[in-house]
Write a protein that binds this ligand. Structure first.
Ligand SMILES: [Zn+2]
Length: 261
């Protein structure tokens, strides 16, 4: 019996359109642009079986209308983000099963913060997490609509997934994010180690993704905001009014928004 696998299509400057495929069938995650998708499908003779959307931003949804012109497929997406092309609105606890992907089932997590409706998809059988702009390699999305406390809770939710879960994030930002992570935690040896392996991948024009939840827990300051060492460090930089994980998370996000690496 075949098993589904994940591949990627590059879009724009640094987006990844993740593709779950089995045989000639493929499901796309966040197709922001139809052109590179159609080229890949033509080249590899793939058939579209469905689309999964994590949130409403155009660089994640912009290709959907065009793809639907030639393919009548279900479009899954957040119930709360107001995306016009969604045919199957989803919320926390819902599941999506694709017969075309050997019965692969993904469960839905509500992860508000970047947008209020943002969802993530978790395939428990494969330990795959498709998280859009919730989480990046060593970073997280900007908080456009939610509060820092919401974003912190959303990140902690995915942090509780198994350590070997593969994190398929929406953008290639890992190396600049690690520069910031090193400013937050100059004494964390896991950060320069990860820089080294990521640089090797980028030299070969390979994605630094997927990462794992374990790697993010070790190097991602946004996933480490609950650690006493980080809270103490942020307090010593006089960036905290009170020593709590949410205050540390908020201060790290604010610092990152203005950080020049
Ligand atoms: Zn976004």
């Amino acid at each position: 019996m075949p098993t589904p696998k994940v591949s990627f299509i590059r879009a724009f400057r640094d987006n990844y359109i993740w593709m779950i495929e089995s045989g000639s069938q493929a499901v796309l995650v966040d197709p922001g642009d139809a052109t590179p998708v159609l080229n890949t499908f033509k080249q590899r003779k793939l058939k579209l079986a469905g689309i999964l959307l994590t949130h409403k931003h155009n660089d994640h949804t912009g290709g959907v209308a065009n793809l639907l012109k030639k393919n009548n497929v279900p479009v899954y997406g957040p119930a709360k983000d107001g995306i016009q092309t969604v045919t199957h609105p989803l919320k926390e606890g819902d599941t999506v099963t694709f017969d075309a992907l050997d019965g692969l089932t993904l469960s839905v997590l509500d992860v508000p913060g970047h947008t209020l409706g943002h969802i993530a998809y978790y395939a428990e059988s494969q330990k795959w997490l498709f998280c859009g702009d919730l989480l990046f390699g060593a970073g997280c999305g900007r908080i456009f609509e939610g509060t820092p406390a919401q974003m912190h809770e959303s990140i902690n939710k995915v942090a509780s997934l198994p350590d070997d879960t593969l994190v398929y994030a929406g953008h290639e930002y890992t190396i600049p994010n690690l520069k910031f992570a090193a400013a937050v935690e100059p004494d964390n040896p896991a950060i320069p180690e990860r820089v080294k392996t990521c640089m090797e991948k980028r030299r070969k024009y390979m994605p630094t993704l997927p990462s794992t939840i374990a790697q993010e827990k070790a190097t991602n300051p946004f996933m480490r905001a609950d650690q006493a060492t980080i809270i103490d460090r942020m307090a010593s930089l006089e960036k905290l009014s009170k020593k709590t994980p949410v205050a540390a998370f908020t201060a790290i996000r604010e610092w990152k928004d203005s950080f020049v690496g």
